[in-house]
Design a protein around this ligand. Structure first.
Ligand SMILES: Cc1ncc(COP(=O)(O)O)c(C=O)c1O
Length: 373
């Protein structure tokens, strides 16, 4: 079925991809064990059996050892990010981010009164020369980075730049918040290792989430980092008052992982997203031959630039044609990237994606003074 509006802005899996059958199996098995202890206020760090299972899952999927003592349960990366801002910054502090970056993270930084400074990126991720200058000039409290299959551009920080970024931040005592929500979502060639697994990663908090690799409604994630940094989060008012985060859902996820079902869910998503990404990129090449983009190697997004065409001006024409997207300026603090749009291939099947691009091409024809017309 082809929807009336194809909203390529939606960065979430389609309903049919959500693992209801696997979660039902895991949920029933979990509940049959009368899990009273998982219904109490949770341990500050998270429930030990879940963290052990998660450490095993990450060790297998990262192919790098991860120990349970380096992990803490969260209610997803948005919550973890909010908590990190609350604990490690004060209003008026500077946070460095990639330019462009995940737009809703910018909203969290605004909630905490932070001053956002963008660092340019290229095909290898954040430019470390520019980072060096920005760190020296602005003396930031935090660096926020999405190292793998970045939202919105899909780019991945190279191995060499990961080392440089960590060295710069260590030398200037800047805490790195690595939002690694897409780290496990490669289409065949894994990205360089998670920033928290580097020997020089002592001042890194890596945020991971089941939102993109299982289901966003679980509201379950983790922080991976040095035990001393996790201690600080555990001492937060939020955790002290409410107990460890999301114990019940982590019980269901514990069962999903130990039954071996979480691997199957992730593998299925990777296969489907790779196929959808190919369909979207193929349609872009055919229908919008002047658009510039780099075919993603993982994640959820393609970042498309159409020189001379303002995404914000195009959007109403696109809506009229039955398609939507997120316009580039949403992803910066300021008004740059007006000729860019972020398209997600996670929410629609290949046929719907091709139709969405056809509608986008039609809308582009109606663009006033289209430089290509
Ligand atoms: C980079 C990034 N971080 C965080 C999130 C939200 O994560 P969660 O659902 O775990 O809060 C998203 C969702 O799109 C994202 O793209």
């Amino acid at each position: 079925m082809i929807p009336t509006t194809i909203d390529l802005g939606k960065g979430q899996p389609s309903l049919g991809l959500l693992p209801t059958a696997a979660l039902r199996t895991a949920g029933e098995r979990f509940l049959a064990q009368h899990p009273a202890s998982w219904l109490q206020y949770g341990d500050d760090r998270g429930e030990a059996p879940f963290l052990d299972a998660l450490a095993g899952f990450l060790t297998r999927r990262y192919a790098v050892p991860v120990h349970a003592s380096q992990l803490m349960t969260t209610a997803g990366n948005s919550q973890a990010l909010d908590l990190c801002c609350a604990l490690f910054t004060r209003p008026g502090d500077t946070i460095l981010v990639e330019e462009p970056t995940y737009f809703l993270a910018l909203d969290i930084f605004r909630d905490h009164g932070l001053r956002v400074v963008g660092v340019p990126i290229d095909d290898d991720g954040m430019q470390t020369d520019a980072l060096h200058e920005a760190v020296a000039r602005y003396r930031p409290a935090l660096l926020y980075t999405i190292p793998s299959f970045q939202n919105p551009t899909g780019v991945t920080l190279s191995a060499a730049r990961r080392e440089q970024l960590l060295a710069i931040c260590a030398a200037h005592d800047v805490l790195v918040i690595a939002d690694e929500v897409y780290q496990l979502l490669d289409f065949g060639a894994p990205p360089p290792p998670s920033l928290a697994t580097y020997a020089s990663g002592a001042r890194v908090l890596s945020l991971g989430s089941f939102s993109k690799i299982c289901a966003p409604g679980l509201r379950l994630g983790w922080v991976h980092g040095a035990p001393e940094l996790l201690e600080r989060i555990m001492r937060s008012g939020l955790v002290q008052s409410g107990g460890g985060l999301n114990p019940f859902t982590s019980g269901v996820m514990h069962t999903l992982i130990t039954l071996g079902l979480a691997d199957g869910v992730l593998d299925e998503l990777k296969t489907v997203f790779a196929e959808r990404s190919r369909a979207l990129c193929g349609a872009l090449r055919e229908q919008l031959p002047f658009a510039r983009f780099v075919a993603p190697r993982g994640g959820y997004f393609v970042w498309v630039t159409q020189p001379g065409i303002s995404a914000n001006v195009l959007l109403p024409f696109a809506r009229e044609a039955g398609v939507a997207f997120h316009a580039g300026p949403r992803f910066v603090h300021g008004d740059r990237f007006d000729d860019a749009l972020r398209l997600s291939f996670a929410h629609y099947d290949s046929e719907q994606l091709r139709e969405g691009v056809q509608r986008l091409a039609r809308a582009t024809l109606h663009y006033p003074d289209n430089p290509r017309a």
